[in-house]
Design a binder for this molecule. Structure first.
Ligand SMILES: Cc1cc2nc3c(=O)[nH]c(=O)nc-3n(C[C@H](O)[C@H](O)[C@H](O)COP(=O)(O)O)c2cc1C
Length: 132
């Protein structure tokens, strides 16, 4: 807990400084991941760490980590990021974009299959039409 508190206190000044320096390198984009814990969900806007860096970085900014369709939409509408990336939801929903379009429920990712070789947990999640 103390480590977390200290890292939170130092995070913005240190990364803010680095990201400000990155402005001079004409990067195509900066892709930031939210601070992740197993429970991270960005349903509460105050949890997002990206808007702070938005004010510092002058070019295309991508946010990822714990996003739902709602949090992604909110960040884009609030101009807190230019693009939103999805990791785990895409692993467990190969048709993620279509599910978002239709407001369909998502398959939950099976974390026990993460970071292993083989097809299990990567190629065997059902498509929307197979479960609805
Ligand atoms: C199984 C798995 C493999 C990943 N592999 C990579 C990787 O190779 N490189 C990378 O930058 N991030 C990798 N990530 C992190 C994701 O790109 C993403 O930052 C992270 O999952 C948070 O976004 P999410 O909540 O939408 O999943 C991986 C994540 C998972 C779950």
């Amino acid at each position: 807990m103390l480590t977390l508190l200290i890292s939170l206190l130092w995070m913005e000044p240190i990364y803010g400084y680095i990201i400000d320096k990155l402005n001079g390198y004409n990067l195509a984009y900066l892709h930031l991941s939210e601070m992740m814990s197993p429970e991270t969900r960005l349903d509460k806007p105050e949890k997002s760490t990206v808007p702070f860096y938005r004010k510092i970085f002058n070019d295309t900014l991508i946010s990822c980590g714990g996003h739902s369709l709602e949090s992604a939409t909110r960040m884009l509408e609030n101009n807190e990021a230019d693009l939103i990336a999805f990791g785990k939801p895409f692993i467990s929903n190969p048709d993620l974009v279509e599910r978002f379009r239709q407001g369909a429920p998502l398959n939950e990712p099976d974390k026990s299959t993460f970071y292993h070789g083989g097809a299990k947990g990567y190629l065997d999640y059902p498509l929307m039409e197979q479960v609805i």
